[in-house]
Design a protein around this ligand. Structure first.
Ligand code: SME
Length: 161
């Protein structure tokens, strides 16, 4: 059973606790859908001021991302490499931190409420496995500290994919 924890520390301490929770939640489990589902639920209860948290999975043979486990409104299912924020993260293999999605060329609006976004690529043996995508209804919701800790979160998750 998952016990709700109050994140009372500094932002860094809270993120460190979150990553420990993730490791505990995934320990001994290798099912990808189960682990991605729990990772999205864990992030959703941790992060304030977000309206969508989830994963897109890279399909090499189709050269596109396909929607994976998430929390939020129903979303667009397929995103080609290089398209939108998610497709750019795949093409560049780099985290995309977008303060204003309306200023991002080619941004794909799945939820009209989204104003800012962070997308972190997931890698497996150096190749893109998918992306973690988080949307916020506030502009400039994510900063370099979120980027640093969400990348650490993803590094832990990758050990269980
Ligand atoms: N905004 C993303 C699409 C996915 S939704 O935000 C869930 C993009 O531009 O790639």
């Amino acid at each position: 059973m998952f016990h709700t924890i109050h994140y009372n520390g500094t932002r860094e301490e809270n993120y460190q606790l979150l990553i420990k929770q993730l490791a505990a939640l995934l320990e001994g489990e290798t099912d990808q859908i189960a682990n991605l589902s729990n990772a999205s639920a864990l992030l959703n209860q941790f992060l304030a001021d977000v309206n969508w948290v989830g994963f897109y999975i890279w399909k090499e043979e189709e050269n596109q991302l396909v929607l994976g486990p998430f929390q939020g409104l129903p979303a667009c299912v397929r995103i080609p490499s290089g398209k939108g924020v998610c497709g750019t993260a795949v093409a560049d293999k780099q985290t995309q931190l977008v303060d204003d999605v309306h200023a991002f060329p080619g941004h794909i609006a799945c939820d009209a409420a989204s104003q800012s976004e962070i997308v972190v690529p997931l890698l497996k043996e150096g190749e893109v496995f998918g992306v973690l995508d988080i949307d916020s209804p506030s502009k400039s919701r994510f900063d370099d500290s979120d980027k640093e800790y969400l990348e650490k979160f993803v590094r832990t998750l990758e050990l269980h994919l």
